[in-house]
Design a binder for this molecule. Structure first.
Ligand SMILES: C[S@@+](CC[C@H](N)C(=O)[O-])C[C@H]1O[C@@H](n2cnc3c(N)ncnc32)[C@H](O)[C@@H]1O
Length: 277
């Protein structure tokens, strides 16, 4: 069988199973199964595929048809052009979060704090982009911290990173030039209404802090001020309906320059603010 045929069959199976992103998913899954980088699949379209590769491709396509997210099947995810390890114990980084990265990179920082780091996608990306920066990355989940440490090692920044188990600021010491966070922002009730692919495969602790969707923002906004150097920034990812509520919390806590920023789909996605210089 040619790679071209294997790919076409995969797209067709995924479409028949109602997967809207069939072509994109097939590219990632077939690339993984036949061990050819996804940007070389077209180049290798006429290559002959061996039985073992076909078997592996069929297995991964079947898992995707059964509803498993692509990143869970292949164990990795591209984020801001770097590949992160993803396991069942961590939140699968989303493209929307790159909005926060783009905003952060507008003003260099030397000491970064990433609260609720998960895979480390936000903090490790910033540490990799700024070769002189140090990162403190925290999470309440030990397993997430293990994955984040592996990612820091894989991406060559581990010497400049510190990983801490902490309930938001409970174990955090010192001050930072930039604090970033993509905290859980869905209420417990709303989690039940999420797509199966999200609610069945993401750790609950990554999605929700309980009944109040704004709980994490309250905790972070009320304590962040004590951990920021003069003029430093705080960047928070938000749910697209939370711009006003989170801005109000930051205003009450005394932050300045509060702004809500849109993502690629023109939805509210990040709130930025700073403290006086
Ligand atoms: C939406 S995920 C974001 C993960 C990662 N920063 C990203 O953007 O892909 C939220 C993260 O917050 C962590 N978390 C939840 N409650 C926490 C708490 N009380 N203190 C610290 N981290 C917490 C979760 O374990 C999870 O890793």
């Amino acid at each position: 069988m040619k790679l071209r045929t294997l790919f076409a069959e995969a797209v067709s199976h995924l479409r028949d199973s109602g997967i809207e992103t069939a072509a994109r998913d097939a590219r990632a899954l077939i690339s993984f199964a036949v061990n050819v980088p996804s940007d070389r699949l077209t180049l290798c379209a006429e290559d002959t595929i061996y039985d073992a590769q076909i078997e592996k491709a069929n297995q991964v396509i079947a898992l995707r048809c059964a509803g498993l997210p692509v990143s869970r099947i292949i164990g990795r995810r591209l984020f801001w052009r770097r590949e992160f390890i993803v396991t069942k114990d961590v939140f699968d980084p989303r493209g929307d979060t790159e909005t926060l990265i783009a905003l952060a990179l507008q003003r260099p920082a030397k000491r970064i704090l990433d609260l609720g780091t998960g895979t480390g996608a936000i903090g490790i990306t910033l540490a990799a982009e700024w070769s002189h920066a140090t990162l403190t990355a925290s999470d309440l989940s030990n397993k997430a911290l293990e994955v984040a440490e592996q990612n820091a090692e894989k991406l060559g920044v581990s010497e400049r990173c510190q990983f801490i188990k902490s309930d938001w600021f409970s174990e955090i010491e010192g001050t930072f030039d930039l604090i970033v966070s993509n905290p859980p922002y869905i209420s417990q009730v709303e989690v039940a209404e999420l797509a199966t692919e999200v609610k069945d495969y993401e750790p609950f602790i990554a999605l929700s802090s309980g009944e109040d969707a704004l709980y994490a923002y309250q905790k972070i906004s009320s304590q962040a001020m004590h951990h920021l150097t003069p003029g430093a920034r705080l960047l928070l990812e938000i749910g697209h309906t939370q711009g006003k509520a989170v801005s109000n919390l930051l205003d009450e806590a005394g932050f300045r320059d509060i702004m809500v920023h849109l993502d690629f789909e023109q939805k509210d996605r990040v709130v930025s603010c700073s403290i006086p210089a």
